[in-house]
Ligand binder design. Sequence first.
Ligand code: 16G
Ligand code: MG
Length: 539
Amino acid sequence: MQLDLAAVRVAAAAFPKPEAFKPSYGTAGFRAEASLLPSTVFRCGMLIGLKARSCGQACGVMVTASHNPEQDNGLKLVEASGEMLEPAWEAHATQLAQADTEEQLLQVLAALAATLQPADTPGRVIIGRDTRSSGADLAAACSAGVAAVGGKVSDIGVVTTPELHFTVQTFNQYQALEEQAYFTNLLESFRTLTAGSHAPQPPLHVDCANGVGALKLQQLVPQLQQLGLQLQLYNAGQGRLNHGCGADYVQKEQCFPAGMGDLPAGACSASIDGDADRVVFFTKGQDGSFVLLDGDKIAALAAVYLRRLLSHAPPGTADSISTGVVQTAYANGASTRFITEQLGLQVRCTNTGVKYLHHEAKAFDVGIYFESNGHGTVLLKPSLLQRLQDMDENMSVMQLLAVSRLMNQAVGDAISGLLLCDAVLRSGTSLAEWQALYTDLPSRQLKLVVADRTVITTTDAERRCVTPAGLQDAIDAAVAKYDLGRAFARPSGTEDAVRVYAEAGSQEAADALAREVAGIVFDCCGGVGSRPEHSCGVL
Ligand code: 16G
Ligand code: MG
C-alpha cells in the first residue's frame, strides 16, 4: 500500500513520544496516565487507518481506560467485524507505539504498509470515547493519525465500549451510522423477551460507576419504565469515576458501592464499570450481609434460561444445537460443576481476557461466556439464526432470536447483561432462586510483585505453570493438603504483578492456601518486598 511518508513525518512531529515511555498493548489495549498517551493514540490511529484502508471497511477505536481512575486513559482497537483486535495486530500496535525515533516510526509503518493491499474503497475509522476529561483531545490525536495515512474518520463522541463495537459491526452490515440503532435494538429485543410481563416490578438499582453507562442508561429510563422496568441509577455522574463504585470495585472489594449500602434486604442491584462492558449483580442478605452475583452466576442464569428456551423450541431443535459455556480459571468450581452436572452443558476454559472467551464461544451454536468479573455475552451462530428464522413462529423461537439481538454479538456489554438478567428474573426465576442455583466455594485472590513476572509461563488455560521449573510441583503439593483445594498463579496481563487464586472447603482454608501459593511464587520467582504471609495485597 502507498503511503505519503513526508505527510506522516509532518503529522507525527506534533505527537512526540515521552522518552522513557514504553507502552504495550495489554489484554484489552493500552492504558496509562492520560498525559503520556497522545503519541500512542496518534500512532494507533495510523495503524487502524491502514487496516481499514486495506480491508475497505470500517474499523474502530475506543478511547477509554475502563475501570481505571479518571486521570488514566487508554484505547482499544476494533476489527471490521466489531470484535477486538486480532492478536497479530496487537504486536504491530506495540511496535509502533514504542518506536523511539521518527526514523524507527517511519520504518515500522512503511514495513507494515508494504505487506498490505489497498481495497477499492478508502475505509473508515469510527472513533468513540468515554467520559474522561482527556478523551476529546486523545480522540483528536487519533483522528490525526487516521488522516495521516489517508483514512476517513467518523467521530461518534461519547459512547460505551460495547456501543462502539456494535456501531462498527452494524456499520459494515448496513452502511448506516445511527446512535439510535443501538438503543432501538436493546429496547425491542427486551420488549420481546418480557412480553406478557410488563406490569411494574420492584426497581432495579444500578451503580453506574460515575461513567458513560450513566448517560446511556438515563436515555433508556422512560422507555424501560413503559416495559415495567424501573431503573434507579446511582453514582450517575455526580462523583468521581470508578471511585468507591463500579463493577470492579464491587467485585474485588465484595462490598456495597457508594450510596447503596442502605438499600433494603433483597433489593435487586447491579454495578457496571466505567466503560460499561461488564456487570455484576448484588443484593443484601436478611442479615445485612453483602451478597455478590458475579459473572459466573450470570452465566449460570443465562444457561438455565437458554436451555429452557431451547427445550420449548420445535421438537428436535435442542438436540441438534450445541450449547456451551466458556469460563476462565477464575470461575468458581461450584459454578462449573453446576453447569456440567446439573444443566448437562459443556464447559470450556480459556485464558483470561474477553478476546479468548469470545473466540471459544463462537465454536458453539449457542455460546455463553462470562468471566467471574462480569465481562461476557451470549453468542448465537449465524447459521442457527438462519434456522430459527426459517422455523414457524413460536414464542421460544422469537425469544431466542431476541436474545441474539439483545446480547451484543461483538463483545461483552453491561447494558445487554443487565437487561437479560432482568428479563430472566421476570420469567419465573426469583432473585433468591438465582442465588440458590449453587453455593460458591470459598475463594481468595491475592497479588504480589516479583522481579520479572514473565518468568512465569502457563498452560491449560493458565491453570498450570510451565516455568520456572519446580513452581507447579510446589503448588500441587500445597493444593493436595486442602479439602476441595484448587489454586493457580498467573502473570497479570494488565499490571506488573502476579495473581494468585485459591479455593477450598472453608474460607480459612482458601485464605491459607492462597497465602501458601503466594509464598511459593515469591520464593520461586524472585519476590519483591516482604514475603506474602505478612503483606500480600488483596487483588
Ligand atoms: C482486561 C480484560 C478482562 C480481564 C482482565 C484481566 C477485556 C475487555 N478486559 O481487563 O477481560 O479479566 O484484563 O486482567 O478483555 P489481569 O490480566 O491483570 O488479571
Ligand atoms: Mg471495562
